[in-house]
Structure formats: structure tokens, C-alpha cells
Design a protein around this ligand. Structure first.
Ligand code: ADP
Ligand code: MG
Length: 455
């Protein structure tokens, strides 16, 4: 058989499959269905992922074998194989964003190394922190702390919502202290790490060593202490660490997403320690500050943007500086391809950006997307008993999406699907676990995400 007759016959196979199963099913499962080899009367067909392979084998194998045999009578065996190369290509296409982020991470890693002793990242400095009305007090307080270590504001407690520069300020303060007082021991740590290290030290019977690590410092900076909520034994440990350092007039700095009085499930005696020094808040930057921040960050990247563009971005993103930085990274990425960045391009990028990251979906929309994508009936997805393995996986994907993209609690998902709470947690964690290694599943979820974004 010549290649061209093969190709023609294959096209006939495809159109027959399309006729038989309908265009929609065809587009979902057979878009990348292509013959790989035809040796010893055995035809190997490639598909882009294991998930697609399983699905086709479960549901359409007989049909396609019949069709193939009617066109290629000499075919004795049909085998579906996964082309992992395709998987990665598709995946990469649909996760431009992730690649971007990892690119940004990579490029920043080489230049800025986190100091293992202090945990400080030299990228955070006072001189690259833009001061505006909403962060001025916190900034001034940090500078005052540097000048009057352990005496003026102790502890210093800074609180504010996500992405307003708390970590930046805390770390900048630490870096400045290291610069000025060369011999002082500064330690920065997130409360989450503090908690984990404490728990591990109990497990490994090295609590003494843990205590020493956090008491043998001159400045302790603890980020995001709201994380302590409900963690009684870590609270107790921190209480004693605090007293130890405080009594030696060592400087302590805390940050949190809310003031001490509003952190739930926290011991009174620890709360009163948090409240014992200066408490300052920090809020999302105003328009002028946002423009100034953008200008500085663009310059850092060597990116020249007109004021009109900076102002446009600053108008669109009002709360979180991390979002501003995300947009700038995308623009930077685009500038590598396009050279001149116009307002039009920026609008396009922001549109894409908002879709990818910030859009929340309703549970209804997620269920509908799943139902359409897998050509199922709603009852099949939501019903209590599940018939086959594929449906189990689809149900798990649904739970994952509901949690990640509709931000539903486990309890609400349990109610919605009429399942118990532990099953829901198990399913969700199962997907999270699989996603670490299963490229096919990752791709599947990317496809669903792009479908969610379609309307
Ligand atoms: P938070 O800890 O409050 O969630 P971060 O300190 O992580 O926020 O800030 C998020 C990002 O925004 C960081 O990259 C930080 O450098 C940057 N950022 C925040 N505020 C400012 C500012 N006033 N000037 C410059 N960069 C800022
Ligand atoms: Mg932070």
C-alpha cells in the first residue's frame, strides 16, 4: 500500500468514526488519533494521553476496530499507544503561564540566593520598596526598629491582606539589620515552617536543638502568625521562645493577615504578647503607588513601558501587588517575542491573565463542563453509585475542580455530591497526588480548565 492510499483510507476511517459517534465525541477523543506503525498486520494508533487511551478502549474499541477492518481488511490487530511527546507538547501549550512562572523563578534564583542562616532573600530591600500612604506607617516602624533594636517597638506586629508587601518589609528589615550590625544573628521564618520544624523536632526527639535554634538569635522575624490559629502546642512553644528572647531584649517582628485580636483559636497569653509592642497595619496601595511600583519593577526587568500602559495596568489590578508582578512577567515574556509592547498587546495579555488565574467558576459551570466534556449525563456524574473506573476518575476530577476553581469547602462538596466528607477529602488528595507524576491527568485538567474558560 502506498502512503497516499493509506492516508486516504485513514481519512475515511476517521470520517466514519465521526459519523458513527457524532462530531462532539469525535472532537473530544479522536482529535489526535493517528496511526503510528503498521507492521505484521498489526496497526498501532497513537493518542496523546493514557486517559484518552483508557477511555477509547473502554468505550469505543469495538466500534473503531470494526471500522478499521472494513477499510483495511489486512489488519489483524489494533493497539492503542500513548505518545508521551504529544502529551508534553499539548501540556506545554496550555500551561504557558506555568512555564512563565517557572521561568521567572529560574531567572531570579541565580541572582538572588536565600541565605541559609538567616533565611533572608536579598531581593527584598528597603530601597526597592515603594512607599505610599497605605504602607508608610509600617515602613517607618520597620526603619525605627532597625535604629532601636529591641528597645523601641518590641515586638513589632504588622498586619494586612495578602500581597501588600508584609513579607517584603519583614525581610527588608532583616536584611538592613544584617547590613548595619554585622555580628548580629537574624532569623526569618514563616510560621508554617516554624510549626513544621517544631513538630519534626518532637518526632525526632530533638526539641532541645529546635529551642536552641530559635533562642540563639538577636532578631527573630516570624511571618504569617495567623497560621498558629488552633495549633496549641506550637503556640505554647512560641510563647516560651518569645519570653526567652524578650527578656534578653532581643528584637521580635511578627506579621499576620489580621490584628492579634481577630486571630481565632489563639491562647490569650500569646495574644497579649503580640499586642505588647507596636501594631501597624498595611493596606493595598493606592493608584499612584501602584503606578510607581509598576514603574520600578518594569525598570528592574529592563522593560520600557509608556505611562499610559502602566496606568492601564494599575487601574485593572487594585489589591494585590503579586498580581501586578504577574502581569509584568507576562508582558516581559511577550516583549521577548514582540519587541514593542503596545496598549493593545497589554490588554490582550490582561484578558488572558484574568481568565487563567482569577476567574472563579460556579459549581454549576464546573459540573456542566465535565458533563459535556465526557459526554455523560448529569446523573452519572452526580449519582451515588459509580459504575466504572473511568467514572471514578471523572468524579475525582470533578471534586478537584470544585475545590480548586469554585473554592468550595469539603463539606459543601460532600453535600452537593451526597457523599461523606472523608471520601471527598480522599478524592481530592488522590488527584493532587496523581498530578505530581501523571502527565496525562495534568493535561486532562488543563483541557478542562480551558473549556471552563471558553465562555
Ligand atoms: P504579603 O507578604 O503581604 O502577602 P509580599 O511581601 O509577598 O506580600 O508582596 C508581594 C510582592 O509584591 C512581592 O514581590 C513584593 O516585593 C511586592 N511588593 C509589595 N509591596 C511593595 C512595594 N510597596 N514596593 C515594591 N514591591 C512591593
Ligand atoms: Mg507574605
Amino acid at each position: 500500500m502506498t502512503p497516499s492510499t493509506f492516508e486516504n483510507l485513514w481519512q475515511e476511517v476517521l470520517s466514519e468514526i465521526k459519523n458513527k459517534l457524532g462530531e462532539k465525541t469525535f472532537n473530544i477523543w479522536f482529535n489526535e488519533f493517528s496511526p503510528k506503525t503498521f507492521i505484521h498486520n498489526s496497526l498501532k494508533i497513537e493518542v496523546p494521553s493514557k486517559f484518552v487511551k483508557d477511555w477509547i478502549e473502554k468505550n469505543y474499541f469495538q466500534t473503531i476496530c470494526q471500522i478499521i477492518k472494513s477499510k483495511f481488511p489486512e489488519v489483524k490487530a489494533v493497539e492503542i499507544i500513548v505518545n508521551s511527546e504529544k502529551t508534553t507538547i499539548i501540556r506545554q501549550k496550555s500551561t504557558v503561564f506555568k512555564r512563565l512562572q517557572s521561568l521567572a523563578l529560574k531567572t531570579s534564583k541565580g541572582i538572588f540566593d536565600i541565605n541559609p542562616q538567616t533565611n533572608l532573600n536579598p531581593r527584598y530591600r528597603f530601597d526597592n520598596f515603594v512607599v505610599g500612604k497605605t504602607n508608610e506607617l509600617a515602613f517607618t516602624a520597620c526603619q525605627a526598629v532597625v535604629k532601636n533594636l529591641g528597645s523601641l517597638h518590641n515586638p513589632l506586629f504588622i498586619y494586612g491582606p495578602v500581597g501588600v508587601g508584609k513579607t517584603h518589609l519583614l525581610q527588608a528589615t532583616g536584611n538592613e539589620i544584617c547590613k548595619i550590625y554585622k555580628n548580629l544573628k537574624v532569623k526569618y521564618i514563616t510560621t508554617e515552617d516554624f510549626t513544621n520544624q517544631f513538630i519534626n523536632s518532637i518526632k525526632n526527639q530533638s526539641v532541645e536543638e529546635f529551642r536552641f535554634r530559635f533562642r540563639d538569635v538577636d532578631v527573630l522575624i516570624l511571618d504569617d502568625v495567623h497560621f498558629l490559629s488552633g495549633k496549641i502546642s506550637t503556640q505554647e512553644e512560641l510563647f516560651h521562645t518569645f519570653n526567652f528572647l524578650y527578656n534578653l531584649s532581643k528584637q521580635i517582628i511578627f506579621s499576620s493577615d489580621r490584628p492579634p485580636a481577630l486571630i481565632p483559636d489563639i491562647e490569650e497569653r500569646l495574644r497579649s504578647r503580640f499586642e505588647g509592642g507596636l501594631i501597624v497595619d498595611i493596606n493595598p496601595p493606592d493608584f499612584e503607588t501602584r503606578v510607581a511600583i509598576l514603574k520600578m519593577k518594569a525598570q528592574e526587568k529592563g522593560l520600557e513601558l509608556e505611562n499610559e500602559i502602566l496606568e492601564y495596568i494599575a487601574e485593572k489590578f487594585t489589591n494585590n501587588i503579586r498580581e501586578l508582578e504577574g502581569v509584568l512577567s507576562s508582558i516581559y515574556f511577550e516583549s521577548q517575542l514582540n519587541k514593542k509592547i503596545t496598549l493593545e498587546i497589554v490588554k490582550e495579555i490582561i484578558k488572558r491573565f484574568s481568565k487563567e488565574v482569577y476567574r472563579k467558576f460556579t459549581p454549576r459551570k464546573i459540573i456542566k463542563t465535565i458533563v459535556n466534556h465526557y459526554e455523560l449525563k448529569e446523573e452519572e456524574v452526580l449519582l451515588k453509585k459509580i459504575r466504572n473506573k473511568n467514572l471514578v476518575q471523572i468524579r475525582q476530577i470533578l471534586i478537584y475542580l470544585l475545590r480548586e476553581y469554585a473554592q468550595l469547602s469539603y463539606t459543601s462538596i460532600a453535600e452537593l455530591l451526597k457523599k461523606d466528607h472523608t471520601t471527598i477529602i480522599y478524592s481530592y488528595e488522590k488527584v493532587v497526588e496523581k498530578l505530581k507524576t501523571d502527565e496525562a491527568l495534568k493535561q486532562e485538567i488543563e483541557i478542562l480548565k480551558s473549556k471552563l474558560n471558553e465562555v
